[in-house]
Design a protein around this ligand. Sequence first.
Ligand SMILES: Cc1cc2nc3c(=O)[nH]c(=O)nc-3n(C[C@H](O)[C@H](O)[C@H](O)COP(=O)(O)OP(=O)(O)OC[C@H]3O[C@@H](n4cnc5c(N)ncnc54)[C@H](O)[C@@H]3O)c2cc1C
Length: 405
Amino acid sequence: MNTADILILGGGAAGFFTAINAAEANPGSRIIILERGKEVLTKVKVSGGGRCNVTHAEFDPKELTMHYPRGEKELLGPFHHFMTGDTIAWFAERGIALKTESDGRMFPESDSSQTIIDCFLSEADRLGISVLRNHSVKSIQKKSEAWLVVTTEGNFTAQKVVVATGSNTKMWKLLENLNHSIVAPVPSLFTFNIKDIRIDGLQGVATPAHISVLGEQHEIILESEGPLLITHWGMSGPAVLKLSAWGARLLAPMNYAFTIQVNWLAGLSFETTMEDLKSLKKSLNKKLVASHAQFELPKRLWQRLVETSGILEAHTWAEITGEQLTELARQLTLGTFEVNGKSTFKEEFVTAGGIDLKEVNFKTFESRLHEGLFFAGEVLNIDAITGGFNFQNAWTGGYIVARSL
Ligand SMILES: Cc1cc2nc3c(=O)[nH]c(=O)nc-3n(C[C@H](O)[C@H](O)[C@H](O)COP(=O)(O)OP(=O)(O)OC[C@H]3O[C@@H](n4cnc5c(N)ncnc54)[C@H](O)[C@@H]3O)c2cc1C
């Protein structure tokens, strides 16, 4: 039997952040990380395309919570104690400067996730934290006053246990055995598979757009706005990823087959566009419609939408009919596309689902059902849109657990 003061289950982002902060707050305590894999921090390694999008340059707690489709309400209090600015300072204190990209995402200046891994490993070493790889947790039981954790490599006991095992079905089953409720997992952060002549061959084209998911009666059931990227398989980019996160629960039972409406002129209505097109018809008169993209649209996309509206390459503005003009306005602002399936967004993906948030005290991240049992990271039913917010949840949870321990 191995005895520790604090057992941390899972050697990922949340597990390491908890362990390091706990060791600093409780010098001399014996802290053990139990990791099932032969490597630790594997998701950190591949995160952000290998660059690790550590956090996001959003410094208002309320605004920050709005990036979490699940966890928005619960994270407000915790963010008042530890959020993005604290993350930046935490890494800076350890010699790691973060830089901000134009969209707010923050990465280590080295542009390498290995910088973050090296920091965690050397901190764990400096603070005497035991990191036990190849120790898969098989059961968690409360034995009189202490917790007993059975792993493939032996038994461990401690007064305090932190579950930081990410999205792991087996661990959720073990927690169900402890009477915790698990919100069924579904994927979040994915791209839409669309086969449509209007975007065929246009991969790489990116433009701001407003996307709406339509219901059976063609009513809008979900919408988002932002850059849309056309890919080999369909559509991606922040506008699509946001929809995939906010719609994670809604789109799963539809089997990812649904209709979207794309307004390529985000912010402009059909009516305004119609007026604009009428003015263009007058002012551009003898000019070829297809040759000069309007509304700052990428040329290839403009040409495809013009073509779809029945306007030939040789048509001048003067020659197009009222019907064609109406169809062009429709294609620009109200075009519908059939989504059939999803693809993995390789830079970042998460699972929506996990421990029911009602069963967690967010002042301490401790279980409301069991004293001495804590949670941090993706094991909870918390997930965010892409941009560094998922790691911020791991850092915030880990930090608060460490303080509570
Ligand atoms: C490809 C990819 C890229 C990403 N990029 C970003 C990004 O750039 N920015 C961002 O904010 N988020 C990103 N994410 C999301 C982010 O990685 C997760 O939200 C974050 O890693 C969650 O941390 P965690 O510690 O809760 O879980 P994890 O990092 O998944 O760690 C859990 C650990 O627990 C271990 N474990 C599981 N079961 C057991 C068991 N029974 N016994 C012992 N150990 C166990 C696992 O092996 C793992 O090491 C990305 C995700 C993916 C998949």
